[in-house]
Design a protein around this ligand. Structure first.
Ligand code: ADP
Ligand code: MG
Length: 689
């Protein structure tokens, strides 16, 4: 057999073939290189698995056993509980997944499962798995709890068990490691106290001890962070370099007029953010700043002051939003705020006819339009500005790096202000926004209604529904949110449709609407418009409700199966209410009992606090093989624990780029190739010649 190459398709590897290659593709594994980098997301060793007989009520345990029986039980609330009885060498243990009847499809008698979660008392000991993994299928020979050795656990998929993957990796490991040469200048890993790459790869796939696996993971995590930091550092360099920014002057013409016209004073946070932005904009360097704040903290008006500063200096400003609905909403808000100043913002969105678009493009090019609000339509090639001085991007994470760059490229050297409604902890901000300055809005403006959050259990369901009905009958509007694991899953969507139909039948006096991810964007927008216009009283929705959508009359949100959401996601959802003056209510309809995490969530409205809870929670949930970090997926790095690696990677990236800004030197070729493979979008950043 010829030597294995990194780009050899996995289907040519012994033991794989077409069928398994298809399954691998679902895991993102297409080449030998991908397979080598399909890193176990956790390890089992004898010491971390509790024999079932020893699992005690009140403890949090991990057990491994074979499914000997399973059952689907309806409850009074209509939610189904899935239960399975597992057996290991020491005894039996019942596991229960309240409200997750769908698991009946994936968990089968005879499978070997790893389950982890708290043990409680419910007619005996019962484990409520926070996570589970199918270790072996019924027909395979039983893996059992690993005795005295460390067992790597891989992300698996239908038709490709974790065990099969383990066997295949094992079989080809040495051949794959043979093509993995050290991509870093030798001193770099050594300085960070990390092993060479081949050693690390062997350690993560075939560790003798957990410590060895962890040392390997840290090296790979460092590489992952280094690639990211290289890209971010290069982006920052390019943003600052070359043409300097426009040093705007505070003329106070428009800005003071707006301050006078505002019906309320700015909050202290808004003032501070504005001061930081003004300092950036009046300086010679270009501004590259992120304004981060929970929904409702008043980012828009801060951005508006910045835009007026550009306008005062005879420049244009553009505000780009991810959807037409949000763009229209901004248009309405800004039109109203700017009326006293006799300034009229213009809109440019995709649904306009070619003639409408052409007319607006003409006015932008001539400078007649000074402030434009739009969607992706703004970055079309045909759009040109007379003198674009400031670019504001709302919900910045919804745009790719190059989309943002395309808008910026329409000006000479415009300042850039990014807005984000997702507060994140400091350690994460470093990875995600390593190339940005950050301003934060933490406190909400006073006089806004507060949101009361309550957690109710299944027996209180009817009462909760009656409350929603009573509020709507009194003229308010409500969201009913259902979890959908995968927006393309028919079963989940059917559940949403059924729920909407049931509510409509239950409440003939109200109009119930439905939005979900399968709807066309235009249809979804239309439904949201109807809701905003009050034509729909109750909107049943999957998680697709727009983040920034502002329906002040929507004061009630009922969330079904809140256990299935992450805390940060719940908080994002909750942000859709509480936008009017009155009191708003968020009701989490949990299963039989109230999980502590939901209690903690209900107790605070502070997005930064919740971001911290969320991060801690995701760190615990080892099941998450993929860690999201903004536009960048971090699979191996664990934050905040790996903050030391992050700092080391940042320093290394800066040093490498200081000597070789385009990674053009021969000794950086492997590094360059890998960074670009991981971040294909960064090609522009490292273009040579
Ligand atoms: P964000 O975009 O951060 O979610 P918005 O900019 O939409 O928040 O502001 C939310 C609401 O708060 C808007 O209705 C806005 O008019 C109002 N608002 C903003 N700043 C203040 C303030 N300082 N005092 C009172 N209300 C404010
Ligand atoms: Mg907003």
């Amino acid at each position: 057999m010829p030597a294995l190459r990194p780009d050899t398709s996995v289907k040519f590897l012994k033991g794989i073939g077409e069928r398994r290659a298809e399954a691998f593709a679902r895991l993102g594994v297409r080449t030998a290189q991908d397979l080598l980098w399909h890193i176990p997301f956790r390890y089992l060793d004898a010491s971390s698995v509790t024999p079932m007989a020893q699992a005690r009520v009140g403890e949090d345990v991990a057990c491994v056993g074979t499914v000997i029986a399973k059952r689907l039980m309806p409850t009074r609330s209509g939610l189904r509980v899935f239960t399975a009885v597992l057996r290991d060498a020491s005894g039996l243990l019942e596991c229960a997944w309240p409200g997750q009847g769908f698991l009946d499809r994936s968990i089968q008698v005879g499978q070997t499962l790893l389950v982890a979660g708290p043990v409680r008392f419910y007619h005996g000991r019962q484990l409520n798995p926070r996570e589970f993994i199918v270790l072996a299928e019924p027909d395979g020979d039983d893996d059992g709890p690993p005795a005295g050795r460390v067992l790597p656990v891989y992300r698996a998929t239908e038709g490709l068990s974790h065990k099969a993957i383990r066997g295949l990796v094992d079989r080809h490991l040495e051949a794959m490691i043979a093509f993995s040469t050290e991509p870093l200048p030798e001193t770099v890993p050594a300085d960070a106290g990390l092993p060479p790459l081949p050693v690390a790869l062997r350690a993560v796939h075939r560790p003798a001890t957990l410590e060895e696996a962890e040392a390997g993971r840290r090296r790979l995590a460092f590489d992952e962070l280094l690639d990211l930091q290289l890209m971010l550092a290069r982006a920052r360099l390019m943003a600052k370099q070359g043409r300097r920014g426009v040093p705007f002057t505070l003329h106070h013409t428009y800005t003071r007029a707006l301050a006078k016209a505002l019906p309320w004073p700015l909050t202290a946070d808004q003032k501070r953010a504005l001061k930081e932005i003004t300092a950036d904009m009046t300086a010679a360097d270009r501004m590259h700043r992120l304004l981060m704040g929970d929904v409702g903290t008043g980012k828009t008006v801060v951005a508006l002051f910045a835009m007026l500063l550009a306008l005062e200096n005879d420049h244009q400003a553009a505000l780009m939003a991810p959807t037409e609905l949000l763009a229209e909403q901004h248009l309405a808000t800004l039109t109203q705020l700017l009326a006293p100043l006799e300034l009229r913002p213009e809109l440019l969105v995709g649904r306009f006819t070619p003639a409408e678009k052409a007319a607006r493009r003409k006015k932008l090019a001539s400078g007649e339009v000074r402030l434009v609000i739009g969607t992706h339509a703004l970055i079309e090639d045909t759009v040109a500005f007379r003198r674009l001085g400031l670019v504001v991007i709302d919900e910045q994470h919804r745009f790719g790096v190059e989309q943002r760059a395309r808008l910026t490229a329409k000006g000479e050297a415009p300042d850039v202000l990014l807005l984000s409604a997702t507060p994140i902890p400091r350690s994460l901000a470093l990875t995600r926004f390593g190339d940005l300055d950050v301003s934060t809005l933490r406190a909400k403006p006073p006089g806004r209604g507060s949101i009361k959050t309550g957690v109710r259990t299944a027996p209180q369901r009817e009462k909760a529904l009656a409350f929603v009905h009573q509020q709507c009958a009194a003229g308010r509007q409500a969201y009913v949110v259902l979890p959908v694991i995968d927006e393309s899953e028919r079963a989940d969507l059917r559940a949403a449709t059924t729920a909407a139909e049931k509510l409509q039948a239950l409440w003939p006096d109200l109009t119930v609407g439905l939005v979900h991810g399968r709807l066309k964007p235009a249809e979804r927008d239309e439904r949201m418009r109807e809701f905003r216009a009050g034509q729909i009283d109750v909107l049943v929705a999957t998680t697709v409700i727009e983040v920034g959508i502002d329906v002040p009359n929507a004061t009630v949100m009922l969330i079904e199966h809140p256990e299935r959401f992450g805390l940060a996601q719940l908080h994002q959802l909750r942000g859709r209410i509480g936008r009017g003056a009155g009191e708003s209510y968020c009701i989490l309809l949990a299963g039989e009992s109230v999980p502590p995490r939901l209690k903690a969530f209900a107790a605070t409205n502070d997005g930064f606090r919740i971001a911290e809870l969320d991060l801690a929670e995701r760190k615990m949930g080892d099941l998450i093989g993929q860690r999201q970090a903004g536009d960048f997926e971090l699979r191996l790095a664990r934050l905040p624990d790996d903050t030391d690696l992050l700092q080391a990677a940042r320093t290394a990236a800066q040093e490498i780029l200081a000597r070789d800004p385009l990674l053009a030197q021969t000794r950086h070729q492997a590094l360059r190739a890998r960074a670009l493979q991981r971040y294909p979008r960064a090609v522009e950043l490292f273009r040579t010649g």
